[in-house]
Design a protein around this ligand. Structure first.
Ligand SMILES: Cc1cc2nc3c(=O)[nH]c(=O)nc-3n(C[C@H](O)[C@H](O)[C@H](O)COP(=O)(O)OP(=O)(O)OC[C@H]3O[C@@H](n4cnc5c(N)ncnc54)[C@H](O)[C@@H]3O)c2cc1C
Length: 255
């Protein structure tokens, strides 16, 4: 339904899981998706301030659509967290759709080119087939059925956490390459042993002290990232074979 437009970059997505009150504790999310049998729709709502979506990248300004994680409620029974695809902005005007409040969370310590955002819903209606139903589904009569193990959904955030480690070391590596190259060509003060040449600032211990520990940290992050990527690849293979036993371990390591 959305893949063609996404591939053509006509629509842009974001991943709206985290809320102001709940980050690590995904089962504690408060956004609700209540099934309305009379209209065959889900009603997506933000019941409290702590239920505001908070942090999703691309949500602040860019995304037209979002995968929204919410508690599935059918006949007042809580079926836990499910994911729903929702349009949040008009694809032509880029204005927020009625009933949705969203924006950029503002300046951060780093990563300021990313429009991490916040979002709340005021009883937004979406068709039943907007619930992502690879692992669980709701039929026209409101019967809920699990089709696989829902733990698999948690692996999405694990891959993002590994990506954050990767971004940390690649960003550090870029900055350090510039700083170290500069320290080798930038010269200050003549050698006190008689040479007329000025010395590269990299020769000075105080300057090395600023750069070398960061360089070793960059390598450490790189090795951690490689290890995590390998572990995640083997986890995905095991999941395909139906073995979910290592999801918990990966969750702990990547947290
Ligand atoms: C740059 C960036 C991009 C992000 N992008 C997205 C995105 O696209 N979509 C999205 O949905 N979210 C996104 N997030 C949110 C991210 O998923 C959460 O920040 C993360 O899940 C942690 O939640 P929290 O920040 O609420 O921290 P908390 O859950 O409050 O945790 C705070 C600290 O307590 C520790 N802690 C928590 N529980 C336990 C426990 N049981 N045992 C031991 N220690 C514990 C944590 O390890 C952490 O150190 C992003 C965050 C950042 C920083």
């Amino acid at each position: 339904m959305w893949l063609k437009d996404a591939k053509m970059l006509r629509i842009h997505g974001c991943y709206a899981q985290t809320e102001l009150g709940h980050g690590s504790n995904v089962p504690g999310l408060e956004t609700t998706a209540t099934f309305d049998k009379t209209t065959d729709e889900f009603v997506i709502n933000t019941p409290t301030i702590t239920a505001f979506k908070f942090w999703p990248g691309e949500l602040g300004k860019f995304a037209t659509h979002a995968i929204v994680f919410a508690r599935l409620i059918i006949d007042e029974k809580d079926y836990g967290i499910q994911s729903f695809l929702m349009q949040i902005r008009d694809v032509k005007t880029h204005r927020l759709l009625s009933g949705i409040v969203a924006g950029d969370i503002g300046p951060k310590y780093g990563f300021n080119m990313k429009d991490n955002g916040y979002m709340a819903f005021n009883h937004i209606r979406i068709p039943r087939n907007h619930m992502l139903n690879r692992y669980a589904e709701v039929d026209r009569e409101g019967n809920y059925r699990e089709l696989g193990n829902l733990k698999i959904l948690y692996t999405v955030m694990q891959s993002i956490r590994i990506l954050i480690v990767r971004m940390a070391f690649t960003t550090l590596a870029k900055g350090l390459t510039i700083a170290i190259r500069y320290a080798i060509v930038r010269t200050q003060f003549k050698d006190k042993h008689g040479s007329n040449e000025e010395r590269p600032i990299m020769d000075y211990l105080t300057h090395q002290f600023k750069l070398i520990p960061l360089l070793s940290q960059t390598y450490a992050f790189m090795f951690v990232c490689r290890r995590l990527q390998n572990e995640f690849a083997s986890l995905k293979k095991k999941i395909k074979q139906g073995d979910l036993s290592e999801i918990g371990l990966m969750h702990t390591i990547s947290s």
